[in-house]
Design a binder for this molecule. Structure first.
Ligand code: 13P
Length: 254
């Protein structure tokens, strides 16, 4: 049985390398726990070197983005080759906070292709900004998947993909405002159906779906149990060692 997946998206935190090092020292004390997971830590780029050394043996380095082109001069961009040279194994692609800056499904599709070519596992983020009784959010999710995955058709690629379902309305809230386990279970079925339409049943079956949005130690277990997700993409709680440890324990014990 594949290990549960836990991805820490540190976003633009913590605000100093010293705080990042202290957090990792605390996490490393529970390395035996974290080894039971496929654990990825996505810090700000400037912390890569230090973080990659400190997580050896219990976690993998991940990137919060990948540039859509591998070649040519691109001021201010970090290309897949640079990510690879630091040992990056997975890249978060199409996070809602990047989409809010203007990143379209077309750009996301190009980034996914670049990641596949570089041998970096793409973690494709999808999620609606709001829901309504007419179910327009379902069409929105279907379109995000269809257009973000445009051009990815090889079964070998599909089987390496990971999806993170992060409803935008549930990000950055209190745990009680996260999606309910019942609604999440329904969405996972919907996402799997949409993936089946794109890649066929066999490939869709093996693509892990993660959930993100206000996960912490108090709601991780109900959100993981019986919803069909394979793990979490965690923001704020990944910067608090106690919360993060509780999330890890929920993934292992459920
Ligand atoms: P929070 O866990 O802080 O709600 O953030 C979720 C997220 O955006 C992870 O990518």
């Amino acid at each position: 049985m594949a290990k549960p997946i836990l991805v820490a998206n540190w976003k633009n935190h913590p605000s100093s390398l010293k705080e990042a090092a202290d957090l990792l020292t605390t996490l490393s004390r529970r390395s035996m726990l974290y080894k039971k997971l496929s654990l990825y830590i996505a810090p700000p780029y400037t912390y890569f070197e230090s973080v990659s050394k400190r997580i050896k043996g219990f976690a993998n380095l991940a990137s919060q983005d990948v540039f859509f082109s591998a070649d040519g001069p691109h001021t201010g961009s970090v290309t897949p080759d640079i990510l690879k040279s630091f040992g990056v194994k997975l890249a978060i692609i199409g996070h809602s906070e990047r989409r809010a800056l203007g990143e379209t499904n077309e750009v996301v599709a190009t980034k996914l292709k670049t990641a596949f070519i570089a041998g970096i596992v793409p973690l494709l983020c999808i999620g609606e900004t709001s829901r309504d009784d007419e179910g327009n959010h379902l069409q929105f999710i279907q379109d995000q998947l269809k257009f973000s995955l445009e051009g990815i058709r090889r079964k070998e690629d599909a089987e390496k993909l990971i999806i993170a379902y992060e409803p935008v309305w549930a990000i950055g809230k209190r745990a009680s405002e996260a999606m309910s386990p019942t609604d999440l279970a329904e969405m996972v079925i919907f996402i799997k159906k949409a993936l089946t339409d794109i890649f066929g049943r066999d490939a869709a079956d093996v693509i892990p779906v993660l959930y993100g949005g206000s996960v912490d130690g108090s709601n991780a277990e109900p959100l993981y149990k019986e919803t069909g997700i394979r793990g979490f993409l965690v923001g704020r709680a990944s910067l608090k060692s106690k919360e993060f440890c509780e999330i890890a324990e929920a993934l292992i014990s459920s």
